[in-house]
Design a protein around this ligand. Structure first.
Ligand SMILES: NC(=O)c1ccc[n+]([C@@H]2O[C@H](COP(=O)([O-])OP(=O)(O)OC[C@H]3O[C@@H](n4cnc5c(N)ncnc54)[C@H](OP(=O)(O)O)[C@@H]3O)[C@@H](O)[C@H]2O)c1
Length: 264
């Protein structure tokens, strides 16, 4: 039995903007205490101040660069120092880079791998042990439809999201009967600054953009129902189903067509 001195929180990485910020707002409205993690300290602090205003939830901020190998361990140490227990971990921080794989600066390649894969795996490993010991907890991993196949023009990104999906699948089964839920969310194109950060012009996309709210409600609903995979929109579900009836090469070609990353 844990003492009352511990505060239980939902930890959200990538909470400074986009999908992570929207998840933070929704979880706060549902009464979750929060720990917000990202690099943009000022954004996190002003979001935390706003969410604390009605006095219903406690919101802590941990400014950390998750592309640095010991970033996740520092987040864990922060929690230990602050007597914070994470009962729900949301691995949302992520980034991409549009263009041919041969063109990615190696520093950017390392950053993408570190944030999308390494930080996600390390944070999960660090916080999961406590959840298993308590026989209670949850993990929401934000992957992407892009992780269901290689996407030409977004090759590295799609490979990192395949890692997130595969690890989530294994964890879902490993953790059955241990009180810890795992859900992997695979959105299509969502209206955030993600594309601008990736150097990818949304005007080129050949599928519609959805709002962040569809990801938020699907993720929370998925966790509640103990689903493994969450595809937020009807279109996402249709695209996943369509993969069963066409060849793998067609799936890959179509994914590149929809993302429409210009050559060179
Ligand atoms: N938008 C889409 O169409 C889409 C579709 C499918 C999946 N997703 C996934 O959804 C997640 C959120 O994306 P988004 O659309 O909300 O993008 P976004 O608006 O660009 O937000 C990305 C978040 O990741 C954080 N982040 C990036 N690098 C970081 C680092 N080194 N250390 C710590 N935090 C870092 C950013 O915070 P700081 O910059 O403050 O550090 C920011 O909060 C990502 O995993 C993305 O792959 C997005």
């Amino acid at each position: 039995m844990l003492s009352d001195m511990f505060m239980f929180v939902t930890l959200i990485t990538g909470a400074s903007m986009g999908i992570g910020e929207a998840l933070a707002r929704e979880f706060a409205s549902k009464g979750h205490n929060l720990l917000l993690v990202a690099r943009s300290g000022e954004k996190l602090i002003s979001l935390a101040e706003e969410l604390r205003k009605d006095g219903r939830v406690k919101v802590e901020v941990c400014v950390e660069d998750l592309s640095v190998v010991d970033g996740p361990a520092r987040v864990y140490e922060f929690c230990c120092r602050q007597h914070i227990k994470v009962d729900l971990l949301v691995n949302c921080a992520g980034l991409s880079r549009a263009g041919g794989f041969y063109d990615i600066p190696t520093g950017k390649l390392e950053e993408i791998v570190m944030v999308n894969m390494m930080a996600m795996a390390l944070l999960t490993r660090l916080f999961l042990a406590d959840m298993v010991e308590r026989n209670e907890g949850g993990i929401i991993n934000i992957a992407s439809l892009g992780g269901l196949q290689g996407v030409p023009g977004l090759g590295l990104y799609s490979a990192t999201k395949a890692f997130v999906i595969t690890l989530s699948e294994a964890l879902y089964m490993e953790l059955r009967g241990k009180g810890v839920k795992v859900v992997v969310v695979c959105p299509g194109f969502i209206e955030t600054d993600f594309f601008e950060h990736a150097g990818h012009n949304t005007a080129h996309l050949r599928l519609p953009l959805s709002g962040v709210e569809v990801v938020v409600s699907a993720a929370i609903n998925g966790l509640k129902k103990n689903k493994l995979y969450v595809y937020p929109t009807l279109l996402d579900k249709a695209l996943v189903l369509s993969q069963r009836v066409v060849s793998r090469k067609t799936v890959i070609r179509l994914a590149g067509f929809f993302a429409a990353v210009p050559d060179g």
